[in-house]
Write a protein that binds this ligand. Structure first.
Ligand SMILES: Cc1cc2nc3c(=O)[nH]c(=O)nc-3n(C[C@H](O)[C@H](O)[C@H](O)COP(=O)(O)OP(=O)(O)OC[C@H]3O[C@@H](n4cnc5c(N)ncnc54)[C@H](O)[C@@H]3O)c2cc1C
Length: 414
């Protein structure tokens, strides 16, 4: 095995930017990844770089709505009945995180990351020559009813305090800007300065290509354990006897970080919040921008390969087969908003958002294992927060003070 200063376990949209940032700072880095290096789960994401998404999932209104949500098989958040017993611990922590004081705490933490995320993402993209995949635009949060519009206006007041600008537009203004939408919608919140990733898979692949072209090393394998060694750490893989040695390790294997952490003695409630997309290569119509449908919690994103409908949350573990109807239902709901939409050649996809019950990621140096840094749990914001996460992780590796106070993202909170 080649020698490296740092082994990065997991080459998804968090691990790959981390590896690039460390490489830029002069470290010899090897990524261990069983699949293609680059985007990971984010390759199937909605491509929404969501500066305004500062709301943790746990909050009092979600808790009040939970019984209805869980009973509705086509709801935006479901738990497979067979998986319910596995969710007890996560669920209790979720309820605790929904207390108003905790929601405020989580929002402040997300805002602190977002403050640097835009600049860090564009810097990463420029460094890797991938900025052509990032388009600045005004995103519409489309509201079907006046009740959802009122809620969206309240949310806008909150995000505007965090420096995000937006305005309310009525139904006819909405239709004038997006003629593919149907009649009778209440209006929208137009969020300025949002960013759309036009091809998240290609974006991640560009980062990987840059890493490899500048002597970045890769090893195709699934890491199983991280063990201490005389000069640092040993990363073992599924191949008997195969090990990678390095002074430092970054664990960024998404939801699959959990068993590796458990073997080190850290039991964290990391679950897969499974999400779906339906890719429409020939949608018949094409919006000008990302349309976010707040009521049903999904988005329609114009991409290089067509229109992508993406969203919804399903808890069923990492191994259960996909529920195809959840991808299909995105089309049914979207057609309520975009009546001329067609699904010729539609492709379904399911992916795993690494999700912690308080909606905050872990970006932390392991206290009991100095030299191992963990970066996971970015839930529905991994693409959005990858640049700033990479900077923070590299600073932790170098024992420098990161630009963001990482206290809320510590592993000790669990
Ligand atoms: C439907 C959907 C829509 C989304 N939309 C958006 C969006 O619009 N904007 C946004 O910001 N985010 C979005 N996300 C969230 C985003 O995709 C995730 O936050 C992000 O992918 C998490 O990145 P990660 O690198 O931590 O994990 P992953 O992307 O899952 O990457 C983990 C990597 O580790 C590898 N791995 C697994 N086990 C091992 C092992 N044992 N050893 C080594 N490597 C291993 C995996 O193969 C994978 O490549 C969306 C997610 C979904 C599902």
């Amino acid at each position: 095995m080649p020698n490296a200063d740092v082994v990065v376990v997991g080459g998804g949209i968090i691990g790959t930017p981390v590896a690039l940032e460390l490489q830029r700072r002069g470290y010899a880095v090897i990524i261990v990844e069983p699949d293609a290096i680059g985007a990971g789960t984010a390759g199937g994401s909605a491509g929404y770089i969501a500066w305004d998404d500062i709301f943790p999932i746990p909050n009092p209104s979600v808790v009040a709505d939970l019984p209805r949500m869980l009973l509705d098989k086509r709801g935006s958040l479901v738990i497979r009945p067979s998986y319910l017993p596995h969710m007890a611990g996560w669920g209790l922590r979720f309820l605790a995180a929904a207390r108003p004081s905790q929601v405020q705490h989580a929002m402040a933490a997300l805002v602190s990351l977002k403050r640097f995320a835009d600049e860090a993402l564009f810097d990463l993209a420029r460094h890797a020559g991938a900025q052509r995949y990032l388009v600045r635009e005004t995103v519409f949060h489309v509201c079907r009813t006046s009740k959802t519009l009122q809620q969206a206006v309240r949310d806008l007041e909150i995000v505007s305090r965090a420096g995000i600008t937006g305005e309310v537009i009525n139904g006819s203004q909405l239709l004038a800007s997006e003629p593919a939408l149907g009649q009778g919608l209440a209006g929208a919140i137009a969020i300025a300065n949002a960013v759309r990733c036009t091809n998240p898979g290609a974006f991640g692949a560009s980062l990987a290509q840059h890493f490899i072209a500048h002597d970045g090393m890769t090893h195709t394998a699934r890491a199983t354990t991280i063990e201490s060694d005389t000069n640092g750490w040993l990363v073992r893989t599924g191949v008997p006897g195969e090990t990678l040695r390095a002074g430092r390790v970054v664990l960024a294997a998404g939801v699959w970080s959990r068993p590796i952490l458990a073997a080190l003695g850290y039991r964290i409630p990391l679950e897969s919040a499974r999400g779906y997309h339906l890719m429409l290569p020939d949608p018949g119509i094409m919006p000008q921008r990302i349309l976010r449908f707040d009521l049903e919690h999904f988005v329609a994103t114009p991409m290089e390969e067509g229109l992508r409908l993406a969203g919804t949350v399903e808890f069923a573990g990492v191994n259960a087969p996909p529920s195809n109807y959840r991808a299909d239902m995105l089309f049914d709901i979207a057609r309520d908003y975009l009546p001329a939409l067609n699904r010729n050649g539609a492709v379904r996809w399911m992916g795993h958002r690494p999700s912690l019950p308080d909606s905050l990621p872990i970006i932390a140096q392991l206290r009991r294992h100095p030299g191992i840094v963990v970066a996971t749990g970015h839930e529905r914001r991994g693409l959005t927060e990858c640049g700033i996460t990479a900077r923070c992780v590299a600073d932790l590796i170098e024992q420098k003070t990161p630009p963001v106070d990482l206290t809320p993202f510590g592993i000790e909170r669990f």
